[in-house]
Design a protein around this ligand. Structure first.
Ligand code: AKB
Length: 317
C-alpha cells in the first residue's frame, strides 16, 4: 500500500465519480489521480485532462506520476454505442490496449477494467445466467466488452499482466446522472419521481434486468483489486450480481415512499438491447474466489436513493 499510486481513467462517469472518492478515502488523496476527456472537473484529488485514445499521453501520465495501478473506466455504453458503432468499438478497444500494453511493458502493477452483462446475448439462458455459458453479444458495447474480456485473459496468460475485471450489471447511484446506458431508466425514474411525480419508461414493464446499487459496485471493484492475486481464478471477467427487477417492481417500491407516483411505458430502441440481456445472474464464482457479498436489495436501495436525492437537493421537489 505504501507505494500505491492510482490513476482512474474515465473518472467523470457514473462509476468513476464515486470510485475516486472511495479510493481517496482508502489510500489518501495524494495517492489517487482522476482523469477524463473534460478540460476540468471537481475532485478531492489531482485531476488531469486525458484522452485514453492518445497512447503516448497515457504513457506520459503513468510514468511522470509514478502510477502503479489503473482503473480504466472510459467507454461508450450500450445505447450510445449503438448510435456511434465505429467510435464505440474504437474507444472501448483502443483505450483498453493503451493500458494493457503499459502493463505488458512493465509500467503498471495492476489494472481494473469493467466488463458488463452486455456480453450475454439472446442464446444465453436468461435466468441465473452462469459464469460459463454461450456468449453471443448483439450490441456494439457487448461485442467490445466480450472482445476485451478475451484480451484481458490473453494478456494475463501470455504476459502475466495482473488485470482484473467484473461484469457490471445495471448500476444505480445518486451522485451523478447516467450516461447512455440501457439500464439507466432505473436512475432517471428517481429524478422524475421527485421532480414531477411521474415517469415514462423506455423499457416495457416486465423487462427484468440484473441491477446493483453503486455502493455495492464500488465495493466489488475495490474488493477484487484488493484480493491476493492467487485468489483471482478468472482473468476474463467475473459475474457479479446484487438484485434483479423490472420497471414495474421499482415503480411499486418507489410508490411505498411516494404514493402518488405514476409510471407509463413507451419502449424505444433500447428495448431490443435489453431483450438480449439476462434477467438475473449467478455470481457464485466471485463469492467463492474473492468473497463478493452485496449489501443492497431493491427495498434498501430505493430508500437510500430517495433519502440522498432529497437531502442533497440534487432534485428539486
Ligand atoms: C448499459 O446499460 O449500457 C450499462 C451496462 C449494463 O453495462 N449500464
Amino acid at each position: 500500500m505504501s507505494d500505491t499510486k492510482i490513476l482512474v481513467i474515465g473518472a467523470c462517469g457514473q462509476v468513476g465519480t464515486e470510485l475516486v472518492e472511495n479510493l481517496a478515502r482508502t489510500f489518501g488523496n495524494e495517492r489517487v489521480i482522476a482523469s477524463d476527456i473534460r478540460e476540468e472537473a471537481s475532485f478531492p484529488v489531482k485531476y488531469i485532462k486525458l484522452d485514453v485514445m492518445d497512447r503516448e499521453a497515457v504513457k506520459e501520465v503513468v510514468l511522470q506520476e509514478n502510477v502503479s495501478e489503473v482503473y480504466h473506466l472510459a467507454a461508450l455504453l450500450s445505447a450510445t454505442a449503438e448510435k456511434h458503432p465505429e467510435y464505440g468499438w474504437k474507444l472501448n478497444m483502443d483505450g483498453l490496449f493503451s493500458v494493457l500494453d503499459l502493463a505488458k511493458d512493465g509500467h503498471l502493477k495492476k489494472i481494473f477494467w469493467p466488463s458488463s452483462i452486455a456480453v450475454f446475448g439472446p442464446t444465453t439462458s436468461k435466468q441465473n445466467t452462469p459464469q460459463y455459458t454461450v456468449i453471443e453479444p448483439t450490441s456494439v458495447y457487448g461485442i467490445s466488452k466480450f472482445a476485451g474480456e478475451r484480451w484481458c485473459n490473453y494478456y494475463h496468460q501470455r504476459y502475466d499482466v495482473d488485470v482484473r475485471s467484473i461484469r457490471y450489471p445495471g448500476l444505480i447511484g445518486w451522485k451523478s446522472l447516467p450516461g447512455g446506458g440501457t439500464t439507466d431508466y432505473a436512475v432517471d425514474i428517481f429524478h422524475q419521481a421527485l421532480k414531477t411525480g411521474n415517469y415514462t419508461c423506455f423499457l416495457s414493464e416486465e423487462t427484468a434486468l440484473p441491477m446493483m446499487y453503486m455502493p455495492d459496485a464500488i465495493k466489488a471493484t475495490m474488493d477484487i483489486m484488493a484480493a491476493p492475486a492467487d485468489k483471482i481464478k478468472i482473468r476474463s471477467s467475473y459475474n457479479v450480481s446484487a438484485m434483479s427487477f423490472n420497471p414495474q417492481d421499482i415503480a411499486n417500491e418507489i410508490r411505498n415512499h411516494i404514493p402518488e407516483f405514476s409510471i407509463a411505458y413507451d419502449p424505444d430502441f433500447r428495448q431490443a438491447i435489453a431483450n438480449d440481456w439476462p434477467a438475473s445472474i449467478n455470481d457464485e464464482e466471485a463469492r467463492h474466489d474473492w468473497g463478493w457479498n452485496p449489501e443492497f436489495n431493491l427495498e434498501k436501495m430505493v430508500s437510500d436513493m430517495l433519502q440522498n436525492l432529497n437531502q442533497n437537493s440534487i432534485v428539486k421537489i
